[in-house]
Design a protein around this ligand. Structure first.
Ligand code: FMN
Length: 728
């Protein structure tokens, strides 16, 4: 299957460096604990950072016979090399406030020594160091290609942190963690590369050469060290190390290493003999070390720890995603070659889901003895025996083709068909995106504009990979072509963890064969009205989804019993106290808006269920209007208890069977054109729930109103997510 260049690079680099990344991240996890452990055992004395160098030297000189040097470690503790009054030479941690000995420097723990060597050089000396540096560079590229993939998915930089549609655990958290930990991972990679370049002396020279000023090099006027101006102004906070003069000779001096510069100070007069800023390369090395190791900063080392763990997770989730995609996109072998086949099936798919449908369809045709050829849209060609072309394609970006369909249009223009062909296009997409199945519509348009291609059916759109909708299309297509097709069930999905729901109330079945179920579960589940109740009956294990109303924490379902409906018949027999196993799927694109806006709720039949929950949960519905279409007044009765008319701004009903002239919900909308156009203009939300037929009619009316009253196409408001749809 064709995959985009960025996904390909991301994957290839991840696979090729996986072993090294595994070692680097596991040792990185171990090493992240070192700064934490060091800081717990630190000899840092609180408040000592603010002592001046003058005070500190004065205190130490009282306490020790001679001071050779001292340095401040990454945890702000002072290590000094001294000669004690007893004449012993020692390197010890001292308390700068009183000069007292605190302890001896602790040797690095064996586990950290081992992890450091493995992390830095894989115990392979220079060769290993080179590999580690190179893998850091690869990690950097993996992170950048990851960013590009997220940008492609989110469609703009502005939307980088916008919501991600959850397909499955590995995919969702790969993206979520990738966004959250992008900066630490980039820093780990860049600093890793920098430190390796430094080790191989590939960076510009970073040593300082001091220019000694002659006029400050004399030994007069002699001043006590504690009175040196420069020592009085520098506090320990800024000091990295100080080397004391080797002898009383005027050529020997204090060497002061600060965080950004080095100073040479006359040991008699306290005058600055030389002052040099560190070059950028040295500062960058210091920063790289701190950022790469987290030394001296527990918060940063904790972030590094999380980032190292996340790299392991990315490896797991990345491979899971790849295997999943590969499995889905594996094309079954066509039972005939392209020039022998009567039925040509072409697939446009980015992440493999569309292949599942196309393959089921191809199998069904092959099962009744048809010659079938199935391939990717990019492989479009001429087909000697073809009579039917069936295209299944998803849509990406802003109505763009998936990667394996990008060349289709160009090839279609270039290749002359041999025979006249009947075609059908099935779009797989999601209503969560403004350009729902747009690419399928484009393909349909391209085919329709060719004289040798004849359309069998209107292009058909499938939302969220609905198997039900797919089966509907197969049945329409096959009855149009007078073929009897049997679609075999897809492979059973891994069982999800169902919850047990108890029926706590039900209404009798009314004259429209509709009834309400109220369900409760013992476990606390976080859900909202508009989410979906997922139930898979034992008979076929195919998932059915029902829009939920949430009423006082219970689930309210409105169900219409269909003569042959496995689920609706099963539900219709459930009595109070019965239990069923199901789970709740989040459907955040159909939640009531959080921000107070005008909301127009439009439903027909059982589509009212989520709105009943919204009315029950929302205290303030002063800006909310409900439009509902049913057969008769009696149809409304089962819902009456939940509709608080006085709470709503307005409630409009359309009964199709009550009067001679049928009135549908779209007729009510036409009548209230001003209400609708004002809501659209003022960023209000229109929510539609119910049958696909009603959705089509309502959208048509909304389009007309929008164009007439606002002079704008409805797509403007669809793009701004002002139209929310949950129809089936
Ligand atoms: C990043 C991204 C962008 C998408 N853009 C659209 C879109 O513009 N229009 C649409 O109808 N569906 C869009 N979808 C939904 C997919 O087309 C839908 O999930 C489809 O079933 C995926 O099929 P595939 O796995 O075969 O590619 C998008 C999905 C993703 C992840």
């Amino acid at each position: 299957m064709t995959i985009s260049i960025w996904r390909y690079s991301h994957l290839l680099l991840a696979i090729s460096s996986s072993l090294f990344l595994l070692i680097a991240s596991v040792t990185g996890i171990v090493l992240a604990f070192e700064p934490i452990s060091d800081s717990i055992k630190s000899f840092h004395i609180k408040g000592s950072n603010d002592l001046s160098v003058a005070e500190t030297i004065h205190t130490l000189q009282h306490h020790y016979d001679e001071i050779i040097s001292f340095e401040i470690d990454s945890n702000n503790a002072m290590i000094a090399s001294v000669i004690t009054k007893e004449g012993n030479s020692e390197t010890i941690y001292v308390d700068p406030t009183n000069g007292g000995k605190l302890g001896k420097p602790i040797e690095k723990a064996t586990v950290f020594k081992f992890a450091t060597n493995l992390h830095r050089s894989l115990f392979l000396k220079s060769t290993g160091r080179f590999f580690v540096g190179f893998v850091s560079f690869i990690l950097f590229i993996i992170a950048i290609t990851g960013v590009l993939l997220i940008l492609k998915r989110q469609r703009s930089i502005k939307r980088f942190f916008f919501k991600i549609e959850k397909e499955y655990f590995a995919q969702f958290y790969h993206i979520i963690l990738g966004r959250l930990l992008l900066i630490p991972i980039l820093l780990i990679a860049v600093t890793g590369v920098y430190l390796s370049l430094e080790k191989f002396s590939l960076l510009p020279k970073s040593t300082i050469s001091h220019q000694v000023s002659i006029e400050n090099s004399g030994s007069t006027p002699k001043i006590a060290i504690k009175d040196f101006d420069i020592f009085k102004t520098i506090t320990l906070k800024n000091v990295k190390a100080i080397e004391f003069p080797f002898s009383d000779s005027v050529e020997d001096y204090f060497l002061i290493k600060l965080s950004d510069r080095e100073l040479i100070v006359n040991q008699f007069t306290g005058a600055i003999i030389s002052e040099e800023l560190y070059p950028f390369v040295t500062l960058a090395s210091q920063w790289s070390m701190v950022l790469h190791t987290g030394k001296g900063n527990i918060l940063w080392s904790t972030i590094l720890l999380i980032a190292s763990c996340s790299i392991l997770f990315f490896m797991y989730s990345g491979f899971t995603m790849t295997i999943k995609r590969h499995k889905k996109s594996k094309l079954r072998h066509s039972n005939h070659n392209k020039d022998e086949s009567e039925y040509i099936i072409l697939v446009g798919s980015e992440t493999g889901n569309t292949f599942t449908f196309a393959t089921l369809f191809a199998n069904a045709l092959a099962a009744i003895g048809k010659t079938v050829f199935i391939s990717e849209l990019n492989n479009y060609s001429s087909y000697r025996q073809a009579r039917h072309l069936i295209i299944f394609t998803s849509t990406y970006g802003e109505g763009e083709p998936p990667t394996n369909a990008k060349k289709f249009e160009q090839k279609f223009k270039a290749i002359q068909p041999i025979n006249s062909i009947q075609f059908s296009v099935v779009g797989l997409g999601s209503l969560a995106y403004p350009d729902f199945c747009k690419y399928a519509l484009d393909v349909n348009h391209t085919l329709a504009s060719h004289p040798l291609f004849t359309s069998v059916l209107e292009p058909y759109k499938i939302n969220n990979q609905s198997f039900e909708a797919f089966k509907d299309w197969v049945s329409i297509w096959s009855s149009t072509l007078k073929i009897s097709l049997h679609i075999k069930q897809p492979q059973k999905k891994k069982k999800r963890k169902n919850n047990v729901f108890t029926i706590i109330e039900r209404t009798p079945i009314n004259e429209d064969d509709t009834f309400l179920l109220r369900l409760r579960t013992k476990r606390t589940i976080d859900f909202q009205s508009g989410d979906l109740f997922s139930f898979s009956p034992k008979e076929d294990e195919i998932e059915r989804l029902y829009s939920i109303g949430k009423v006082n924490g219970d689930i309210l379902l409105s169900i219409k019993k269909h003569e042959l409906g496995i689920c609706s018949n099963y539900f219709s027999k459930l009595q109070k106290g019965d239990t069923i196993k199901a789970f709740i799927k989040q459907n955040s694109t159909f939640h009531f808006p959080n921000i107070r806006k005008e909301v127009i709720m439009i439903a027909n039949g059982t589509g009212i269920a989520p709105f009943l929950g919204m009315i029950a949960s929302e205290k303030n519905m002063s800006n909310t209007h409900l439009f509902w279409g049913g057969r008769t007044r009696v149809s409304l009765e089962i819902y009456n208890d939940f509709i608080k008319k006085e709470q709503l701004s307005s409630f409009h009903t359309a009964y199709s069977q009550t009067q001679k002239d049928k009135i549908y919900v779209q007729d009510l909308i036409t009548k209230e054109a001003n209400l609708i156009s004002n809501a659209l203009k003022n960023n209000g939300i229109i929510m539609i729930c119910g049958s696909i037929g009603m959705q089509k009619e309502v959208l048509h009316v909304l389009e007309t109103i929008s164009r007439k009253n606002l002079n704008l196409p409805l797509s403007i408001f669809e793009k701004k997510n002002q139209i929310k749809i949950d129809c089936y």
